[in-house]
Ligand binder design. Structure first.
Ligand code: C5P
Length: 234
C-alpha cells in the first residue's frame, strides 16, 4: 500500500479573528500548518504529503516547508487551493501521482492529532473499509433548532439520542479510487469528505478519535493548543 495525506490549508479562519490565514498562524512559535504536516509525516506509512495552500500563498507555504525540519523519507508537494474546502481537497487529489492506494484528508486546523490515531485510520482502510473517520462521543447534548438569523430565540425541533452521535475529526482515510469517484460525482456543499462517500451509498466506519485532534476554530482553541504543546514538552 502507498499512502498519501492531503492537507487542506486554504481557509481564511475568519472565526479565529483578524490576521493571517488560519493555517499560517503560530502555535508556540511554529505555524499550525507545520504542526499538521509533521503529524501526518510522523506515520511511517505516509510517503507523500500534499499541502493545499491559500490561493495566493503557495510560495509562502513552500518557503515555510523548506525552513522547518521535516522527515526525509516523506515527499512534500504544495498546490494552491480553492473557494471551498471541498474544492481545495479536489485540487489536492488532482496533484497525487499514480500508485497511491490510500489517501488521508487532514485539516490543517487539527495540528495536534497523535500518530496513533493516524495509524489506526490507515490500518482500517488497509483492512478493507472504503472510508474511515476518527470520532469521539459528545460531551454536550445536541438539539436541532429552527435557525434564526435575527437574534430572536430559536425554537427546538428535536433532541437526538446523544449515545448514537459522534463528533468527527480528521484525518479521514479513504480508498483512493473511492474518494476520487466521490469528488467527481457528488455535488453540493459538504462539511467533510466521508459524507461524500456516504452519498455514493458506500459504508463509512468510525475508529476512536483523540481529544488532542480537536479543531482550532476560535481564539480559546489557540490557548488549549499551546497548553497541549507545553504539556508534551514537559
Ligand atoms: O473552515 P473549516 O475550519 O471547516 O476548515 C477546515 C479546513 O479546511 C482548514 O484546514 C481550512 O484551511 C481548509 N479550507 C481549505 N479551503 C477553503 C476553506 C477551508 O483548504 N476554501
Amino acid at each position: 500500500f502507498r499512502t498519501a495525506a492531503v492537507i487542506p490549508a486554504a481557509g481564511r479562519g475568519v472565526r479565529l479573528g483578524p490576521g493571517a490565514p488560519k493555517a499560517l498562524r503560530a502555535l508556540n512559535g511554529t505555524p499550525m500548518l507545520i504542526h499538521a504536516v509533521r503529524a501526518m509525516a510522523a506515520s511511517r506509512a505516509v510517503s507523500l504529503v500534499v499541502v493545499v495552500a491559500p490561493p495566493d500563498g503557495a510560495t509562502e507555504v513552500k518557503n515555510l516547508l523548506a525552513e522547518h525540519a521535516l522527515p526525509e523519507r516523506t515527499d512534500f508537494v504544495v498546490v494552491p487551493g480553492g473557494d471551498s474546502r471541498q474544492e481545495s481537497v479536489r485540487l489536492g487529489l488532482a496533484a497525487l501521482p499514480p500508485g497511491i492506494d490510500v489517501v488521508l484528508v487532514h485539516d490543517a486546523a487539527r495540528p495536534l492529532v497523535p500518530v496513533d490515531t493516524v495509524d489506526a485510520v490507515i490500518e482500517a482502510v488497509r483492512d478493507g473499509a472504503p472510508a474511515v473517520v476518527p470520532a469521539l462521543p459528545l460531551a454536550d447534548t445536541v438539539k436541532e433548532v429552527e435557525p434564526h438569523t435575527d437574534g430572536t430565540p430559536e425554537p427546538v425541533l428535536a433532541t437526538p439520542d446523544r449515545s448514537r452521535l459522534r463528533a468527527v475529526q480528521t484525518p479521514q482515510g479513504f480508498d483512493h479510487a473511492t474518494l476520487a469517484r466521490a469528488h467527481e460525482s457528488v455535488t453540493g456543499e459538504v462539511t467533510d469528505d466521508a459524507s461524500m462517500v456516504e452519498r455514493l451509498g458506500l459504508k463509512v466506519v468510525v475508529v476512536p478519535g483523540h481529544e488532542e485532534a480537536f479543531k482550532v476554530t476560535r481564539p480559546l482553541d489557540l490557548v488549549l493548543a499551546e497548553a497541549v504543546l507545553a504539556r508534551r514538552r514537559a
